[in-house]
Ligand binder design. Structure first.
Ligand SMILES: NC(=O)c1ccc[n+]([C@@H]2O[C@H](COP(=O)([O-])OP(=O)(O)OC[C@H]3O[C@@H](n4cnc5c(N)ncnc54)[C@H](O)[C@@H]3O)[C@@H](O)[C@H]2O)c1
Length: 342
């Protein structure tokens, strides 16, 4: 059985990816430091025979090296990161540590293993569409678009991408970078927009919308993203970036309205406090992200499968059926407004 490492596998995309890879008959080694956005509930269905877990920070070079030496995986999917823009605005220290220095550590360990053991482990690094920055209405960012990050979060992701490119060129590290658009689906920590809307709907709370709700995002159902990550891992070219987008773009306010209408169809009756509440905007809030994803479509034959309505329906159903997901994190403060301390 082929082995792969997934970092950040207790989080949202990582846990969905592990399920996908186990389904493809891989043995998965999950490395996660178990931070606030990790949820042990996300692990519940993994078959122990095909899976092992290490509670480790990717900043721990020694442990990382030992694990890679022990398992000799064919690849690493790096998803370990600090991920919430609002938190990066309040304090970017952990973003620099995990998203830049963490990636530097992985690269250094790969370099050491390559030199000492003569094995060149492939690194699939998961980056974001946010590195391209705020786009004009006429622009869609292709892989050759300049990086122009706006938040400490996107700047930390952009820095890591540049470092990886330097290690590919200088040390011959085998790596490919993926720039995914906004994911949604099961297992997502409810500080993020869509699970927060669902959580608030289920708990008779208002639905906060930043500014006027005009910010536009591109959305992908997480299972489709996992399929794309796997395809890029198998067939993507070393040294290149691949955008993973759907072209499904809408303003935040329209997304909220769509979720409210789908919730009603799923027999979630709205209660008195379930009202849209416009709140103070995030500083530096990017207006528009939009990817040109022609490369992955034409070169790798990948296209998303899930429509927004279908994906949102599945997501709402999942949160309804898995209320224990929220119980595991109920003592954590994800309801407090962050990202206003400037
Ligand atoms: N969610 C999205 O919409 C989206 C879009 C594009 C790219 N991405 C990228 O995908 C990756 C995963 O995002 P997510 O939404 O699943 O995030 P998440 O916050 O749900 O999960 C991140 C996981 O990484 C772990 N982690 C953080 N720092 C670590 C460290 N130093 N060492 C070990 N583990 C650490 C956390 O414990 C957590 O389990 C991130 O790199 C993110 O930048 C996410």
């Amino acid at each position: 059985m082929k082995k792969v490492v997934v970092t950040g596998g207790l989080g949202f995309i990582g846990s969905n990816l592990i399920e996908y890879l186990i389904g493809k008959n891989y043995f998965v080694i999950n490395i996660d430091k178990s931070s606030y956005s990790a949820n042990p509930y996300n692990l519940k269905h993994f078959k122990k025979k095909k899976y092992s877990f290490y509670k480790i920070d990717i900043g721990n070079k020694k442990k990382l090296y030992q694990i890679l030496k022990k398992y000799r995986p064919i690849g690493i999917f790096n998803l370990a990161a600090e991920t919430h823009v609002d938190r990066s605005i309040d304090d970017s220290k952990n973003f620099i540590k995990s998203n830049i220095i963490g990636v530097y550590n992985i690269l250094e360990v790969l370099r050491k293993i390559k030199k000492e053991k003569k094995i060149n482990i492939k690194l699939l690094h998961v980056s974001t569409d946010e590195v391209y920055g705020d786009l004009k209405s006429s622009q869609n960012a292709s892989e050759s678009f300049n990086y122009n990050p706006s938040s400490p979060y996107s700047a930390s992701k952009a820095s890591a991408d540049q470092l990886i490119k330097a290690y590919i060129r200088t040390y011959g590290i085998k790596s490919t970078i993926v720039n995914s658009c906004n994911n949604y689906g099961p297992n997502q920590f409810p500080e993020k927009f869509i699970p927060k809307i669902i959580f608030n709907l289920l708990n008779n709370k208002s639905i906060p919308v930043y500014g006027k709700g005009n910010n536009l995002r591109e959305w992908i159902y997480v299972k489709d993203n996992c399929e794309a990550l796997y395809k890029i891992f198998k067939k993507g070219k070393i040294g290149e970036n691949y955008n993973v987008g759907t072209g499904i773009r809408l303003r935040n306010i329209d997304l909220v309205k769509l979720i409210l209408s789908i919730a009603k169809k799923n027999n979630i009756s709205l209660r008195n406090k379930n009202k849209i509440l416009y709140v103070k905007d995030r500083p530096g809030h990017d207006k528009r992200y939009a990817l040109n994803s022609n490369k992955i479509k034409t070169k790798l034959g990948w296209k998303h499968k899930t429509s927004l309505k279908k994906g949102l329906s599945h997501t709402i159903e999942w949160y309804l059926k898995n209320k224990k997901f929220f119980d595991k994190i109920s003592n954590r403060d994800f309801t407090k407004r962050l990202g206003l301390k400037i």
